[in-house]
Design a protein around this ligand. Structure first.
Ligand SMILES: *Cc1c(COP(=O)(O)O)cnc(C)c1O
Length: 436
């Protein structure tokens, strides 16, 4: 397509005049990969169509929520019915209770749950609750993990363990991040050292069990086990941020995957989002009754939301969860995702491109690196220029992956074997063009 006929370009110009960077969330701007973002007109199943009516196989799925694919008939019907009944009441509804029952039946580490509207809100509220319940201020997070854009979470590692993190965003005063300790992911020795120094002052450790915000990096089993043990030993709460992994990597979420290797494993608090809203603004955090009862109106930890538990969003989320709990759903999704990862790996191998990839359930990641990275510093070793060539090569061939190498990918139940084959064939063509 020549620039003069690409209808995304004038749209982006209009957007940029009115919205900072032309987007309402930074990664959409294509800043890392260059070029013009595709403005989506509509989506169905595994595809979306842009302003030029060009079709793309969608491996973002709204960054995870669209696990059933776009426009699933049962979800559409539930949302339409709910909308007819009313958009928002600011008073409780039965559907909030049903959604709570549904989620708690699938993730038994939670006895109570509070619904909110975004993952950011859920993560920030979980930290406040952990602090309120323990009476402590400090907490640990790991470099490369994203937990939403609350002030105290926008932090990168300081120069040493005894120093606290530095804000990664302007507008976050140092005082606000002085209680945030940032450690290297999968580094057991550093974790132990941090607990030895600060263990008794720690409210919580917050972690993405499979870090999807530095592409796809699993917490190793020994690392997760040590997180659990140290939290228990020092009275800190283990907060699993499953906004991305929740109901995405397994029906019981990532915690059920770790429980297979670590007997009895469970977090104290779980943060959820993305899939539980099925594409509508809905997120949640939950845990044992004794902790959750610290929340207002029962307890002293304040948390609230005008649109929390929104009736249309809960209809969307509830129907999505009821679909994914049907027998065989996750086995089929995992097999499809695995077939993509295997196909890409084989194509890269055939073409002599250094490549590593991993997946769990319907979430995957790949790196133009010979081995899977274990932490953020290793992820950064990926050659950005080569990734950008791959990204644009796929985009030109109608395959839409995340426009940044720090992002995971998502397969939905609507992706067919043919979609996977088309994707692998496109990748193979691009791999041939990558300089060895
Ligand atoms: C997406 C995400 C968030 C933030 O959720 P929003 O709904 O975008 O605010 C938090 N944590 C993780 C792990 C995420 O992937």
């Amino acid at each position: 397509m020549t620039p003069s006929t690409d209808l995304n370009i004038p749209l982006f110009e209009r957007a940029k005049a009115l919205i900072p960077g032309g987007v309402n969330s930074p990664v959409r701007a294509f800043k890392a990969v260059g070029g013009t973002p595709r403005f989506v007109k509509r989506a169905q199943g595994a595809y979306f169509w842009d302003a030029n009516d060009q079709r793309f196989i969608d491996y973002i799925g709204s960054w995870g929520p669209m696990i059933l694919g776009h426009g699933h008939p049962a979800v559409l019907e539930a949302v339409q019915k709910a909308a007819l009944e009313g958009f928002s009441f600011g008073a409780p509804t039965e559907r909030e209770v049903e959604l709570a029952e549904e989620i708690l039946s699938l993730v038994p580490s939670m006895e109570m749950i509070r619904l909110v509207s975004s993952g950011t809100e859920a993560g920030m509220s979980a930290i406040r609750l952990a602090r309120g319940a323990t009476g402590r201020s400090k907490f640990i997070k790991f470099e490369g993990c994203y937990h939403g854009h609350a002030d105290s979470l926008l932090v990168k590692a300081g120069s040493g363990l005894a120093t606290f993190g530095n804000a990664t965003s302007a507008g976050v005063p140092p005082e606000v991040v002085q209680h945030t300790i940032v450690l290297e992911y999968n580094n057991v020795a550093q974790l132990e050292e941090a607990f030895a120094l600060h263990g008794k002052e720690l409210a919580c450790v917050m972690i993405e069990p499979i870090a999807g915000n530095m592409n796809f990096v699993r917490a190793s089993v020994p690392f997760m086990k040590r997180c659990r043990e140290l939290c228990t030993e020092y009275g800190a709460l283990l907060v699993l941020d499953e906004v991305m992994t929740g109901f995405r990597v397994a029906l019981g979420s990532a915690q059920s995957v770790y429980a297979q290797s670590i007997p009895g494993f469970k977090p104290d608090l779980t943060v959820l989002g993305k899939v539980i809203g099925g594409g509508m603004p809905l997120a949640a955090f939950g845990g044992p009754r004794a902790i959750m009862e610290h929340l207002a109106p029962l307890g002293a930890v304040y948390q609230a939301g005008t649109l929390s538990g929104n009736p249309v969003a809960t209809a969307c989320g509830l129907t999505t969860l009821r679909e994914i709990r049907k027998p065989g759903f996750f086995d089929a999704l995992a097999a499809r995702t695995r077939s993509l990862v295997d196909g890409l790996s084989q194509a890269a191998k055939d073409e002599g491109v250094p490549f590593s990839a991993d997946c769990e359930g319907g979430m995957f990641g790949f790196f133009l690196l010979p081995e899977l990275p274990q932490n953020y510093a290793q992820v950064l070793k990926t050659d950005g220029a080569r990734f950008n060539t791959l990204f644009h090569g796929l985009l030109d061939r109608g395959v839409y992956i995340a426009p940044a190498l720090y992002e995971a990918g998502f397969v939905s139940a609507a992706h067919t074997a043919e979609d996977i084959a088309t994707t692998v064939a496109a990748a193979r063509e691009v791999f041939k063009t990558l300089q060895k």
